[in-house]
Design a protein. Sequence first.
Length: 732
Amino acid sequence: MKEMVMKFVMLLVVSTLVSTAAFGQLVKNYLDLQLIQAKKFIVLDFDGDYDMDVVAAANDITGGPIFVAWYKQEANGSFTKYTVSTTDNGARSVAAANLTGDSRKEIVVGSVVNPANPVRYYQANTNPPADSWTGNDIDASSDSAYAVFAVDLNEDGNIDVLSTSFGVGSNGRVFWNRNNGGGSFTRIAIDEGLAGPSDVLAADLDNDGDLDIITNEYLSDIISYYVNDGSENFTRGVLTSTFNGPNGMDVGDFDGDGRLDIVGVSYLDDKVSWWRNTTSGALSFGTENIARAGFGRGRSVQVVDFNGDGIPDLVGAAELADQIVTLTNDGAGNFTNTIVSDTIDFAYYADAADMDGDGDYDILGSSFNLNQLIWWATTQTEDNTIAAGDAAPQSYYSGNVVIDFSASDQSENVSVFYNAGAVPDRASFDTGIDHLATRGFYTVTTPKTNYTASIDFAYGSANVTEWASITDENDLVILVFSKTNDRWEIAGTSQNINTGANVITVNGISSEFDRYSRWTIGSISTDNPLPVQLAGFGARSLPTGVSLSWNTASELNNLGFELYRASDQQTDFQLVASYTRDHELIGHGNSSQENSYRFLDSRVESGRQYEYKLVSVDMDGTRWENARTSVFFDGSQEILTFQLHQNYPNPFNGVTQIPFTLERTDARGKLEIFDVLGRKIRSFYFHGLDAGLHTIAWDAMDENGTAVGSGQYMYVLTVGEQRLSNRLIYVK
């Protein structure tokens, strides 16, 4: 069944001032004052213009004028309202994703009063903003679709839709609506006989690389999860059966252990609680931890890092208390409550996002009884009013950022916000850039329009996470995200590096300080390390299989490693080992000391050439390829001799690799660097390595982290009574 819906346009510009202790002065803005019985909403960049839009559902069962609306944010920060659906009577939940494989997102709607079309998606007939939308059925037979969730569950490149059928009594169901491509769906029951499932989502709970499912049963006080075996066969586990009237749910790593925990809100027990993921082998969870008690008729809870410290926080809505609140996480799963508003009559849903483009997160909420959709602009940025003309430089974040306007035509506020979380869109960058930081970025904005400025960024400060993890400073660059080219680019017309002060100056800025202007640090070479600094990676053929071993000189936010293997007959790399199931591959998190790892791949065939790829996984799930090595497996013991090989490159600038061969397993030894006068410059110690080829990287630094001068150096390998030496040349 299909239908067309025409748009209704209204500019919404209404605001008032309120305040809280946590956020200072809040500016309350009304997105809509006439969204009858407003319910759930989502916040996303729906039309791809790099600002945040809102899609909302209304539950007017009497047949009101609008059931689903899209609020498009314009370039000036105002919003235009578009009607998406007037027929989804009782619309309760929404999602958005590219379901059809074209260049546009579609809107998914779950309805509780529309028995003919409980789960549908709407496709714009033109590129947004659209004059009309076409409705398409996903599931036309479920009873009361309380929740929808868009996700590629089977990782086939097509976005699927999870949905719940609340049902009557104990005939509720959870469905996986599998996308067959082009927006055609097949409904598959994940579970049946449930007592009122009101929410559903998917996440990788057991860190095995596939997505598991979480749902609840409002009528029987149950939250449950379904473990995916990798082939979309699901095994049920019960998180709790005593959570009175579970409503909204979400997931986040609240205690920083690299595992996703589950959070839920209890409607009848008036609380927000979370369960620690304690998985070590089979998926398991600890006991209930109460994050907020006295949360009168809690309706929703969402996980979001609203203060930008890299730690997941919570935002929630309580119906009876009329409250929208934030719960700030201290990093160990302890939460501090802040009331954003306690006058939201029948507060139904809450979330947080950067609505005004200044970098900090703002709070959004819906009021069922007041028919309102509201957002509060927070003031978490650091601000300075900078005069017109050639103004004095202004400092932010204790001097980590300094902005100097040499010319501008107006006196205006200039704001800066630092976010310690994951850098967005970090896989998209211009040619000439080798890599960029995984975490830590600034947002710099001003209403100034005609200006010339420079900006200084400090890269050695302790509060700028991996910005201080530097090898070759001369290859560092400051990057700005181009919303025109959809990528990170080298900022300004030129950049200067003061290595003594650890500061990079970006010159020639004339238009980059607009809304959603994001800045981070990168490198134009491989010299500046990724989160895991590998000291060696080798493979050896043994009678029992291929033995792989590696050392790390340092680790940053490292969850662990994955090993991939290809062969002369199977050229595609396949995962053969992972930290999620092989204990010896679990990382050390943050470590400045050398660590050793080993793994025996016994699933190999004699007479084959194998290539292995080592991948590290950091705390936010980003994967990094660290090294490759190859070995011929013949099932016999390889005859090895103790050798020290020539470093490469040589001469070098930046980092050089020093290879050596060990003749016995579990060797303990050291590699030392000396200058021409015989003074020891640097020492590397190792133990637990397999026999075979290994490498150690030297970054031309001494033991104190000070760069050495150009010249000739000697490197000496010592294992027991054995000692070998060679020479290298460093050119600065």
